[in-house]
Each structure stands twice: as structure tokens, then as C-alpha cells.
Write a protein that binds this ligand. Sequence first.
Ligand SMILES: *Cc1c(COP(=O)(O)O)cnc(C)c1O
Length: 320
Amino acid sequence: MNKPKKMNLAYLPTPIVPLKAMSEEFNKEIYIKRDDLTGVEMSGNKVRKLEYAIQEALDLKCDTLITCGGLQSNHARATAAAAASLNLNCHLFLRNDFTDTKSGNAFLDLLFGATIHLIEPEDYVDIDGIMENFKNELIDQKGYILPTGASNGIGTFGYVDAVEEIRQSNIDFDAVVVTVGSGGTYAGLWYGNKINNEPYDIIGFNIASTKSYFQKRIVEILKESFSLCDDHRTVEEDDIQIIDGYGGRGYGLSTKEELDFIHEFAKKEGILLDPVYTGKAMFGLYNSLKQGMFNDYKEILFIHTGGLYGTFPKSSQFEF
Ligand SMILES: *Cc1c(COP(=O)(O)O)cnc(C)c1O
């Protein structure tokens, strides 16, 4: 396969370590790939996608990165950090959720010198148009737009690479489990798995929207990726395995159960999950294991996609 060019931004490969308490509880081998350790400033899954997207921006001679997300977007923060390290301008269009703009990821965005444009929720529905207009009105700068979560054809290749790393672990996983927030990480894992003749089942837990939305969306992203490397394969919505039902109260909102689970997990495993993404998906995996939905799998790998900074703005919601 002719993958697009990428630059190095992440610390790779990331380690794969056993989850001792959970493995014991369910009598399986359950591991976690620590993609929360891809860096400090650019930590998490987004940096793998940025390695491809920002390379494309530089190839197009762009000097200004434009992207969007929630106020606590990990993707926006990683983009702001990358822009600072590469001496690029950065404009973030963040959906106002009326929480503190100087905490967690939003605070870090400011430290990295990014310009934050707060967008009211009712305007955010046209976020693509807002970014496009902004880009067109730039005078002495050339803008490059990254969509939500850098989940597009180019960003996907970051997780095709991650599958190569998983292969090199020489552990015979039968399932790879990941959080689905905008779909790009799942798409990359799916594509990498396909290229390797499908050693794994790739199973996503969506933390927002619905299973059918993401099946459709991930197929779209994959088709874009295929066309970028002249790959003529096809993919159907039914090929995308998603387990719905763990979005809780909605994007960025937490339930007591979810926060208690993150607390228990930290105590038992010594690993921090985040409240917006990995906490919900791991809670989903845990409950699915309990319900016997993973009985056919013996060696399971969960991808830790990061998100730690999103925990701090929620600290007062945890009960001890
Ligand atoms: C963005 C994000 C995800 C979801 O990844 P997508 O590629 O958008 O589906 C999962 N976990 C964390 C911590 C994230 O920031």
C-alpha cells in the first residue's frame, strides 16, 4: 500500500501492558495499549493522525492550522501543541459549553498560544462553514482545516500504523477494542487489520451519537482513505462492529456510575482513564465482559486513547 507521507510528532511505539485486575476478574488476558503515552503536550490518539494531516498541511505550504471541537477537545489541544512546536499559527473553533475556559485542555490551548474562537452551540451546527469562511478570509496566511478529531481519510493512516505496532507485540489478540468519538481511530484500526488479513475483530464503543451513525461515518472515512492510496477495496456498514449504549448522559457529560468506575479502575490497575472517552468505553467493555458478550475472545487489547487533561475540570464531580 502506498501510504501518504507523515512527519514524526509522537513517541512511538507505545507500550502494551496487561490489565491485571480485570484479567483476573474475567479469567482472560486483557491488555491495554498506552496511546495515552504518545507524548505529554501531544498525548493521546490525535497525534498519530496529526502526523499525517500536518505533513499534508506543510506540503501545501500552509502556515495556519484551523480546527474545531468541544471546549475540552483533546484534538484541539494536540493541534495547538503541534502548531507551537512547528511555529505555525493555530485557530481553534470550540463549542461553548459554559464551563471554565481556563481549565484542562482549554487552559493548555492558551498556554500554547492558540487563538480560541468560542462558538455558541446553536451556531456550531455549521462549524464546517464557519471554519471555511475563516480560512477564505485569511489575508497573509494560508490556512489548513482539520475536521473534528482529524477524523478524515488522511488522519486514518495514523492508526493503520498502530496496527503494525500491535502485530509486532507478537501477542495473539483476538479482539481490539477502542473508543469511538468521531470514528477516525476505529477506521485506521479497521484498515490496518484488513491489510493484515484480519487477525483481530475491531470493536468500537461509541461515546456519542448512535451505532448506525458511526457505521455510516466510518465507511465514509475509509472510502476517503482508500482513494488516497489508490486502493480499490470496498467496505460495508455491517463490517463495522460497534457496541452502542455507553454514551451515558451525552458527550462530555458524566454519570456517577462512570466516575465511580474510573475511580475503581485507577485504584485497581494504577491507570487513569478520562471521563469523556476512555472511561465510558472501558466501562462498556467491563459491562460487556460481565454480560458474556466477549466470551468468544481470550486475548483482548483495549487502546488507551488518552484524554487525561479532561479529567481535571471534572474533579469536583467525583465522590470519595
Ligand atoms: C478523540 C478521542 C477519542 C475518539 O477517537 P476518534 O478517532 O475521534 O473516534 C477517544 N479517546 C480520546 C481520549 C480522544 O481524545
